[in-house]
Design a protein around this ligand. Sequence first.
Ligand code: AMP
Length: 280
Amino acid sequence: MTVATKISEVRSAIKQWKADGLTVGLVPTMGYLHEGHGSLISTAVKQCDRVVVSVFVNPTQFAPNEDLEAYPRDFERDKALCEKLGADLVFHPEVSEMYTEDASTYVEILSDMPKQLCGKTRPIHFRGVCTVVSKLFNIVQPDKAFFGEKDAQQLAIIRKMVIDMSYGIEIVGCPIIREADGLAKSSRNTYLNAEERRAALCLSKAVKLGRELTAGGETSSEIILSQMKALIESEPLARIDYVEAVDGITMNPVEQVKSGDLIAMAVYIGKTRLIDNFTV
Ligand code: AMP
């Protein structure tokens, strides 16, 4: 497995692979890898001849008040996991390699899509995500790119960006990987102390409740969301950012849920903001 820190190194590896007629998969990450990322990498290894994993904590998707500096990092461990899972190249650039000091071009979806859900409290987040993913697409020129359903709004936005910008890349969505007790795996779970870790279970419990309600035939967003919110609010350490039902493609709110719609939440446990969701 090669570790590349420069865009030029990635380009020359890709050029050789393409010349050899090999397909290329890309798994973009911010590192501090866990089994959620691992499942994306393993899926990519199964579906593509060569797999590139990017490990880059992207500053343009963090607002000044967010956790860019505190975001956990352990590149040695990430590298070992990528190698074990069969990745061929890990791209681990410095910020200066990805953004020149006067970088001023962004990729941004101008519909309401990035303003819904997480976009309400993170207004610049998806512009940063689209910009960096776009750059990674230009650098790696993958046949397929792999994203987790854990970040369902991000996945929907990337699918839209790929259509709008004619990227010609197949986007593969991968299911949420959870801890044994239900908590969705996240690099940010490391911020939780023991009491918060226990409290964080209210997210996956709310997902389970929502699933049961919809499986039982309930279609009223108001009824589903109010019961999910009540469950979360019964946890003293939890503070709801949002719990919403939206169309699975446009991310616009829906009053009646149907198959393919998304029920998503962001909840603060202490100072840590966690997300979870399910598709109806
Ligand atoms: P991140 O490093 O948090 O930016 O995540 C990189 C990719 O891994 C994104 O596509 C995430 O959706 C995906 N991912 C993160 N956590 C999970 C999880 N628990 N299950 C599945 N995919 C995940």
